[in-house]
Design a protein around this ligand. Sequence first.
Ligand SMILES: C[S@@+](CC[C@H](N)C(=O)[O-])C[C@H]1O[C@@H](n2cnc3c(N)ncnc32)[C@H](O)[C@@H]1O
Length: 395
Amino acid sequence: MPHITVNPFDTESIKKIKYGEDRSTEVLFKANDIFSKDELIGIKRENESFLLHLKKSPDTWLLKYDKVTRPLKVNLLKQAIADVSSEIEVEVLQSNIAIHPTKAPLASEYEKNIEDFVDIEFPFESVAIEVGFGSGKHLLYQAQKNPDRLFIGIEIHTPSAAQVLKQIQLLGLVNVWVVNYDARLLLEMIPSNLCHQIFVHFPVPWDKKPHRRVISPSFLEESMRVLEVNGRLELRTDSHKYFWYSMETFLGESVAKTAVEIRKNEALEITSKYEARWLRQEKDIYDVYVTSTEESEARVLDFDFSFKDIIYKKEILDKISYKPELFEGFFVHFERLFKIDDDAILIKLAFGSFDRPEHKYIYLDKSKTYYFNSNPVKTLTNYKTHLKIMEYLNV
Ligand SMILES: C[S@@+](CC[C@H](N)C(=O)[O-])C[C@H]1O[C@@H](n2cnc3c(N)ncnc32)[C@H](O)[C@@H]1O
């Protein structure tokens, strides 16, 4: 990921102005971490807002991307780092932000953001989802084979998402959307009874951190809601442990009615990169198909994530605690506080459901408060958490 190493400099030189030869990188604010010497720089470029992180070691500083607000287009980040660093005339010791003029930043109509799903149309006969498509081999194969079906690929790893967007362009496919997001959250944005299939092929087993697994009781519940009657959730795994864990989930106490089918070592028409590796090692491969048997209720998505008339007041600083606070079904953890000036702050927090936490920043000044750079996913749990966050900020 793009970054530069620089000699320490006076950060007051980073002003709220437009930077770069074409003046298209705008600095919105600069914020100082109150727990460390690190700083954040709020950037706007090509209608996208994001943060740059200035990480300060005693001798050298690192100017890099911020994980929570990172845009998909890497060139946006590179350009912003290049513009800011050249304008403030800082001494660059090391850099990996060379921008290749021949490689235009990827802007694809097939890349969708989570916010798009609030009112998106699905202009195809049927819809399938692939969770964690990796290299995209299976996703692209399915899309080529079923031109009347829309394939929504959800992948948390940004370089894989960018790579598959390129492939879509090269292959001239029009029935694939790529969403660079956590599939466990995105699924909640999908209308009920829409999908024919949900593929989860070779999910990361997360043996030591089971809360990070894709398959969970709530993922199963959401999958069954999203699938049409007789639609299937298709898990394929080489992990014996994950297979048994999934069986427990699919047949668990909370599941009233279900139809589960198991296959062992079944050959599919297409072999993914991971699968090829396991096949070479002669590992067993398990398929578990869970079929949706009932029509589900429609999904309501009109949660309001605005902060109403909450504005920045000094008293907020005394009210928030930096320990995780647990509530019925959700948590709030104010992680870090960044001071912009006497009248504005940025708060970094994690919150929401325990197995699918959100990570966000909240911007507050004397006239407005909002999530920087996008609202949380519109789930009921996030909405309940948002109301709790408002209680903390309402002083
Ligand atoms: C072991 S790889 C398998 C890739 C591909 N399905 C295959 O068979 O080659 C697992 C993939 O799932 C992605 N992933 C893990 N957790 C995810 C999540 N919560 N949402 C979306 N993608 C996820 C990872 O980034 C990775 O690309």
